[in-house]
Design a protein around this ligand. Structure first.
Ligand SMILES: Cc1cc2nc3c(=O)[nH]c(=O)nc-3n(C[C@H](O)[C@H](O)[C@H](O)COP(=O)(O)O)c2cc1C
Length: 216
Protein backbone atom coordinates (compact mmCIF):
# COMPACT_ATOMS: atom_id res chain seq x y z
CA UNK A 1 0.00 0.00 0.00
CA UNK A 2 1.44 3.40 -0.90
CA UNK A 3 0.94 6.50 1.24
CA UNK A 4 -1.38 8.07 -1.31
CA UNK A 5 -3.78 5.09 -1.38
CA UNK A 6 -7.28 5.82 -0.16
CA UNK A 7 -8.49 3.79 2.81
CA UNK A 8 -11.21 1.22 2.08
CA UNK A 9 -13.81 3.58 3.57
CA UNK A 10 -12.59 6.48 1.41
CA UNK A 11 -12.57 4.31 -1.72
CA UNK A 12 -16.14 3.15 -1.04
CA UNK A 13 -17.31 6.73 -0.57
CA UNK A 14 -15.47 8.05 -3.63
CA UNK A 15 -16.47 5.29 -6.07
CA UNK A 16 -19.00 6.23 -8.73
CA UNK A 17 -19.95 4.38 -11.89
CA UNK A 18 -17.78 5.97 -14.54
CA UNK A 19 -19.18 6.19 -18.05
CA UNK A 20 -16.18 7.91 -19.66
CA UNK A 21 -12.44 7.27 -19.26
CA UNK A 22 -9.25 9.10 -20.23
CA UNK A 23 -6.80 7.21 -22.41
CA UNK A 24 -4.16 7.06 -19.61
CA UNK A 25 -2.88 3.52 -19.12
CA UNK A 26 -2.69 1.78 -15.75
CA UNK A 27 1.05 1.51 -15.02
CA UNK A 28 2.15 -2.13 -15.06
CA UNK A 29 3.29 -2.28 -11.38
CA UNK A 30 -0.09 -0.92 -10.26
CA UNK A 31 -1.93 -3.34 -12.53
CA UNK A 32 0.09 -6.23 -11.08
CA UNK A 33 -0.69 -5.10 -7.54
CA UNK A 34 -4.39 -4.88 -8.40
CA UNK A 35 -4.30 -8.40 -9.82
CA UNK A 36 -2.67 -9.65 -6.65
CA UNK A 37 -5.23 -7.90 -4.42
CA UNK A 38 -8.05 -9.21 -6.60
CA UNK A 39 -6.73 -12.76 -6.30
CA UNK A 40 -6.91 -12.51 -2.53
CA UNK A 41 -10.72 -12.43 -2.67
CA UNK A 42 -12.39 -15.27 -0.79
CA UNK A 43 -14.58 -17.97 -2.36
CA UNK A 44 -16.91 -20.70 -1.19
CA UNK A 45 -14.79 -23.67 0.07
CA UNK A 46 -11.83 -21.65 -1.30
CA UNK A 47 -12.69 -23.37 -4.61
CA UNK A 48 -11.83 -20.22 -6.63
CA UNK A 49 -14.12 -20.69 -9.64
CA UNK A 50 -13.51 -17.21 -11.07
CA UNK A 51 -11.62 -16.91 -14.34
CA UNK A 52 -10.65 -13.34 -15.24
CA UNK A 53 -9.90 -12.16 -18.76
CA UNK A 54 -8.21 -8.77 -19.27
CA UNK A 55 -9.44 -7.16 -22.47
CA UNK A 56 -6.70 -4.86 -23.75
CA UNK A 57 -6.52 -4.98 -27.55
CA UNK A 58 -8.52 -2.58 -29.69
CA UNK A 59 -10.26 -5.36 -31.57
CA UNK A 60 -11.28 -7.22 -28.41
CA UNK A 61 -12.55 -3.97 -26.84
CA UNK A 62 -14.62 -3.27 -29.93
CA UNK A 63 -16.08 -6.77 -29.91
CA UNK A 64 -16.87 -6.57 -26.19
CA UNK A 65 -18.42 -3.10 -26.45
CA UNK A 66 -20.61 -4.37 -29.29
CA UNK A 67 -21.70 -7.32 -27.10
CA UNK A 68 -22.55 -4.76 -24.38
CA UNK A 69 -24.85 -2.71 -26.57
CA UNK A 70 -22.17 -0.19 -27.46
CA UNK A 71 -21.26 0.87 -23.93
CA UNK A 72 -18.32 3.14 -24.65
CA UNK A 73 -16.65 2.80 -21.26
CA UNK A 74 -15.33 -0.51 -22.59
CA UNK A 75 -13.76 1.17 -25.63
CA UNK A 76 -12.23 3.98 -23.60
CA UNK A 77 -10.86 2.20 -20.54
CA UNK A 78 -7.27 0.92 -20.88
CA UNK A 79 -8.32 -2.44 -19.41
CA UNK A 80 -11.69 -4.10 -19.09
CA UNK A 81 -11.96 -7.15 -16.89
CA UNK A 82 -14.36 -9.93 -17.83
CA UNK A 83 -15.26 -11.98 -14.76
CA UNK A 84 -16.17 -15.46 -15.92
CA UNK A 85 -16.54 -18.64 -13.89
CA UNK A 86 -15.62 -22.26 -14.42
CA UNK A 87 -18.67 -23.75 -12.70
CA UNK A 88 -17.12 -27.17 -12.09
CA UNK A 89 -13.49 -26.05 -12.03
CA UNK A 90 -13.28 -27.27 -8.42
CA UNK A 91 -13.40 -30.87 -9.64
CA UNK A 92 -10.00 -30.39 -11.24
CA UNK A 93 -8.44 -28.10 -8.61
CA UNK A 94 -9.75 -29.43 -5.28
CA UNK A 95 -6.70 -31.62 -4.57
CA UNK A 96 -4.27 -28.74 -5.10
CA UNK A 97 -6.42 -26.35 -3.05
CA UNK A 98 -6.62 -28.75 -0.10
CA UNK A 99 -2.90 -29.53 -0.28
CA UNK A 100 -2.04 -25.82 -0.26
CA UNK A 101 -4.40 -25.17 2.66
CA UNK A 102 -2.68 -27.87 4.70
CA UNK A 103 0.93 -27.09 3.69
CA UNK A 104 0.45 -23.38 4.43
CA UNK A 105 -0.52 -24.31 7.97
CA UNK A 106 -3.94 -22.66 7.60
CA UNK A 107 -5.93 -25.91 7.63
CA UNK A 108 -5.43 -28.97 9.82
CA UNK A 109 -5.37 -32.17 7.75
CA UNK A 110 -8.63 -33.14 9.44
CA UNK A 111 -10.35 -30.04 8.07
CA UNK A 112 -9.05 -30.72 4.56
CA UNK A 113 -10.31 -34.31 4.84
CA UNK A 114 -13.69 -33.01 5.96
CA UNK A 115 -13.90 -30.75 2.91
CA UNK A 116 -12.91 -33.61 0.61
CA UNK A 117 -15.63 -35.71 2.19
CA UNK A 118 -18.39 -33.10 2.15
CA UNK A 119 -17.79 -30.46 -0.50
CA UNK A 120 -18.41 -32.61 -3.60
CA UNK A 121 -21.82 -33.72 -2.29
CA UNK A 122 -22.71 -30.16 -1.35
CA UNK A 123 -21.68 -28.83 -4.76
CA UNK A 124 -23.52 -31.56 -6.66
CA UNK A 125 -26.58 -31.07 -4.45
CA UNK A 126 -26.71 -27.48 -5.64
CA UNK A 127 -27.68 -28.72 -9.12
CA UNK A 128 -28.26 -25.73 -11.40
CA UNK A 129 -27.45 -23.44 -8.48
CA UNK A 130 -23.76 -24.29 -8.84
CA UNK A 131 -23.74 -21.53 -11.45
CA UNK A 132 -25.26 -19.04 -9.02
CA UNK A 133 -22.78 -19.99 -6.31
CA UNK A 134 -19.83 -19.54 -8.65
CA UNK A 135 -21.20 -16.18 -9.77
CA UNK A 136 -21.37 -15.03 -6.14
CA UNK A 137 -17.65 -15.75 -5.80
CA UNK A 138 -16.90 -13.87 -9.02
CA UNK A 139 -18.91 -10.85 -7.87
CA UNK A 140 -16.97 -10.74 -4.62
CA UNK A 141 -13.71 -10.84 -6.59
CA UNK A 142 -14.93 -8.09 -8.92
CA UNK A 143 -15.96 -5.93 -5.97
CA UNK A 144 -12.60 -6.51 -4.29
CA UNK A 145 -10.88 -5.35 -7.47
CA UNK A 146 -13.17 -2.34 -7.91
CA UNK A 147 -12.48 -1.07 -4.39
CA UNK A 148 -8.74 -1.79 -4.65
CA UNK A 149 -8.58 0.10 -7.97
CA UNK A 150 -10.53 3.01 -6.55
CA UNK A 151 -8.12 3.17 -3.61
CA UNK A 152 -5.31 3.72 -6.12
CA UNK A 153 -7.14 6.38 -8.11
CA UNK A 154 -8.47 4.11 -10.87
CA UNK A 155 -12.19 4.33 -11.40
CA UNK A 156 -14.53 1.70 -12.81
CA UNK A 157 -18.04 0.76 -13.76
CA UNK A 158 -19.81 -2.49 -12.95
CA UNK A 159 -21.45 -3.63 -16.17
CA UNK A 160 -24.20 -6.20 -16.37
CA UNK A 161 -25.62 -5.08 -19.70
CA UNK A 162 -24.25 -7.57 -22.22
CA UNK A 163 -25.20 -10.65 -24.18
CA UNK A 164 -23.71 -13.64 -22.35
CA UNK A 165 -23.34 -15.87 -25.42
CA UNK A 166 -21.47 -13.12 -27.25
CA UNK A 167 -19.18 -12.35 -24.31
CA UNK A 168 -18.39 -16.07 -23.98
CA UNK A 169 -17.52 -16.24 -27.65
CA UNK A 170 -15.23 -13.18 -27.36
CA UNK A 171 -13.23 -14.71 -24.51
CA UNK A 172 -12.93 -18.06 -26.29
CA UNK A 173 -15.59 -20.02 -24.40
CA UNK A 174 -18.25 -20.32 -27.10
CA UNK A 175 -20.74 -23.10 -26.31
CA UNK A 176 -18.85 -24.14 -23.15
CA UNK A 177 -21.69 -24.94 -20.73
CA UNK A 178 -19.20 -24.98 -17.84
CA UNK A 179 -18.47 -21.26 -18.33
CA UNK A 180 -20.76 -18.42 -17.25
CA UNK A 181 -20.20 -14.68 -17.23
CA UNK A 182 -20.63 -12.73 -13.99
CA UNK A 183 -19.58 -9.18 -14.77
CA UNK A 184 -17.68 -6.82 -17.04
CA UNK A 185 -15.57 -4.15 -15.31
CA UNK A 186 -13.71 -1.42 -17.23
CA UNK A 187 -11.01 0.28 -15.13
CA UNK A 188 -9.12 3.50 -15.85
CA UNK A 189 -8.79 7.18 -15.09
CA UNK A 190 -12.20 8.85 -15.00
CA UNK A 191 -12.66 11.77 -17.34
CA UNK A 192 -15.28 13.23 -15.03
CA UNK A 193 -16.67 12.44 -11.62
CA UNK A 194 -20.45 12.05 -11.60
CA UNK A 195 -22.57 13.04 -8.62
CA UNK A 196 -23.85 10.43 -6.18
CA UNK A 197 -27.29 9.41 -7.46
CA UNK A 198 -28.54 8.70 -3.94
CA UNK A 199 -29.80 5.58 -2.19
CA UNK A 200 -33.11 4.54 -0.66
CA UNK A 201 -33.39 5.52 2.98
CA UNK A 202 -31.93 2.86 5.31
CA UNK A 203 -35.38 2.47 6.85
CA UNK A 204 -36.42 0.82 3.56
CA UNK A 205 -33.39 -1.46 3.19
CA UNK A 206 -31.86 -2.28 6.59
CA UNK A 207 -33.68 -4.27 9.30
CA UNK A 208 -32.98 -5.98 12.58
CA UNK A 209 -33.72 -9.68 13.05
CA UNK A 210 -36.49 -9.95 10.44
CA UNK A 211 -37.75 -8.44 7.22
CA UNK A 212 -41.14 -6.76 7.33
CA UNK A 213 -43.81 -8.99 5.86
CA UNK A 214 -44.42 -8.76 2.99
CA UNK A 215 -40.93 -7.51 2.05
CA UNK A 216 -40.97 -4.60 -0.36
C1 LIG B 1 -24.20 -5.41 -10.97
C2 LIG B 1 -24.25 -4.03 -11.60
C3 LIG B 1 -24.47 -3.91 -12.95
C4 LIG B 1 -24.47 -2.66 -13.58
N1 LIG B 1 -24.57 -2.59 -14.94
C5 LIG B 1 -24.38 -1.39 -15.55
C6 LIG B 1 -24.33 -1.30 -16.97
O1 LIG B 1 -24.49 -2.28 -17.69
N2 LIG B 1 -24.09 -0.09 -17.52
C7 LIG B 1 -23.90 1.04 -16.76
O2 LIG B 1 -23.66 2.10 -17.34
N3 LIG B 1 -23.97 0.98 -15.41
C8 LIG B 1 -24.18 -0.20 -14.79
N4 LIG B 1 -24.21 -0.27 -13.42
C9 LIG B 1 -24.00 0.95 -12.63
C10 LIG B 1 -25.26 1.36 -11.86
O3 LIG B 1 -26.18 1.96 -12.73
C11 LIG B 1 -24.80 2.29 -10.74
O4 LIG B 1 -24.01 1.54 -9.83
C12 LIG B 1 -25.96 2.90 -9.96
O5 LIG B 1 -26.71 3.76 -10.77
C13 LIG B 1 -25.45 3.70 -8.75
O6 LIG B 1 -24.50 4.67 -9.14
P1 LIG B 1 -23.05 4.70 -8.51
O7 LIG B 1 -22.38 3.40 -8.88
O8 LIG B 1 -22.33 5.87 -9.13
O9 LIG B 1 -23.19 4.84 -7.04
C14 LIG B 1 -24.26 -1.49 -12.80
C15 LIG B 1 -24.06 -1.62 -11.41
C16 LIG B 1 -24.05 -2.88 -10.82
C17 LIG B 1 -23.79 -2.99 -9.34
Amino acid sequence: MSKSDLTAAEAIRTRRSIKSFKSDPIPEPILQELLSLMQDAPSSWNFQPTRVVLIRSKEQKEALAAAAWGQKQILEAPVTFVFAVSIRGWEKHMDEILKTGVSSGAWPQKFADWIRENAPGFQKGLGDKQREYAIKDAMIMATTLAIAAESKGYSNCYINGWDEAKVKEIIGAKDDANVAIALVLPIGVASNHPKHPGRLSPSKTIFTDRLPSPAV
